[in-house]
Design a protein around this ligand. Structure first.
Ligand SMILES: C[S@@+](CC[C@H](N)C(=O)[O-])C[C@H]1O[C@@H](n2cnc3c(N)ncnc32)[C@H](O)[C@@H]1O
Length: 331
């Protein structure tokens, strides 16, 4: 087989050149011979020493667990193409028919994604006041606590005890970009602090409330972990806190029930302040119902509202989206 022989010191430059020209045979391993490297090539190239030699086949690394998983062929089309990764824990949503192959699926994920140490399947929907879901252990360590990195902050959390979605990282960054230095922020449903700790980088003060004691325990730990000194964790029902703070910006990340807390949000924001409201909406009419509720509550309180932005955040269920509405409150 044909190879290009170069001195080791030129290796990286030549490898790049061959790759750019489409001449490098990536199915074969590069050979080492003392001070020299021999690159497997698909054809001759002028200006280099060409040699005839043998190359071992390159081991191709699988990119997806679906390439290595052992499940009956007819079930392969059901394998999800993606899963959530929180720290070193993978959480996958398996259709009913694949649950019995959970162990094989979990092991395939561990094999292909070396940084993952534990794999769980979603055992149901996010439910209850704390918005947590049941998890079924599939493979790897039986551990549910992890350290997740997002948007330059570190978050310790237990995936079985608190709500956390890595899919909201972009949305959190969007809010961070909109926030202004020196603001007072009220994170009404703070969880382990992904909004609060990020926003605290610009804000003067962040009030971060959650009713789940585990969430607030991790929130406090994350405040320390990120050396944040302007987040005030509050354990309890946000109804008891609302109206006692006067914020420039209020975050309402409780899409399932946020509409029930609009009064609290509006009472907690100063004149001209902004509320980031989240909800779920059907594809055919994402925002009307939510905007109707926003305007109705403002009307009852004698306030005005100005809708600033409406967005689809992410798909939530078939034909349903997690949506966001940003609005200004005029008192
Ligand atoms: C969807 S999670 C969002 C958590 C966090 N903002 C995040 O992005 O990961 C909603 C959170 O609201 C909390 N929660 C629900 N009802 C509440 C209430 N009445 N008062 C305070 N927190 C509440 C839940 O415990 C949960 O942690």
């Amino acid at each position: 087989m044909m190879g290009v022989r170069v001195h080791r010191r030129d290796g990286e430059r030549v490898r790049r050149l061959l790759a750019e020209l489409g001449l490098l045979d990536t199915g074969r391993k590069i050979r080492r011979e003392g001070e020299f490297l021999i690159f497997p090539v698909k054809g001759p190239i002028e200006g280099f020493e060409i040699v005839e030699t043998e190359f071992e086949p390159a081991e191709r690394r699988a990119h997806s667990y679906r390439e290595v998983v052992e499940v009956p062929e007819e079930l392969k089309p059901l394998l999800p193409s993606s899963f959530d990764v929180i720290g070193d824990i993978a959480i996958i949503e398996l259709p009913e028919g694949l649950m019995e192959y959970g162990k094989a699926i979990g092991e395939a994920i561990l094999k292909v994604h070396r940084h993952i140490r534990a794999v769980f399947a979603k055992g149901g929907k996010v439910s209850g006041e704390y918005r947590v879901r049941e998890l079924v252990h599939l493979a790897g360590e039986e551990r549910t606590e992890t350290l997740h990195r997002e948007n330059g902050i570190r978050l310790r959390l237990d995936v079985s005890r608190v709500y956390f979605s890595p899919r909201l990282a972009t949305e959190r960054m969007r809010i961070f970009r909109k926030s202004r230095p020196g603001e007072v922020v009220f994170d009404m449903f703070a969880g382990v602090g992904p909004y609060s700790i990020l926003l605290a980088k610009k804000a003067e003060l962040v009030f971060a409330c959650d009713i789940n004691p585990w969430a607030v325990r991790y929130l406090e730990e994350n405040v320390r972990l990120n050396r944040t000194n302007n987040v005030v964790p509050i354990l309890g029902d946000v109804r008891k806190v609302a109206g006692r703070v006067e914020a420039d910006r209020v975050v309402m990340n409780l899409p399932k029930f946020a509409d029930r807390f609009l009064r609290e949000a509006m009472l907690s924001v100063r004149n001209g302040g902004i509320v980031h409201y989240y909800g779920f909406g059907p594809e055919e009419d994402l925002f009307s119902e939510h905007e109707g509720k926003i305007k109705a509550v403002a009307g009852e309180l004698g306030f005005g509202v100005e809708i600033l932005e409406r967005r689809k955040v992410r798909p939530y269920a078939p034909r349903q989206f997690n949506i966001a509405v940003d609005f200004r409150v005029l008192k």
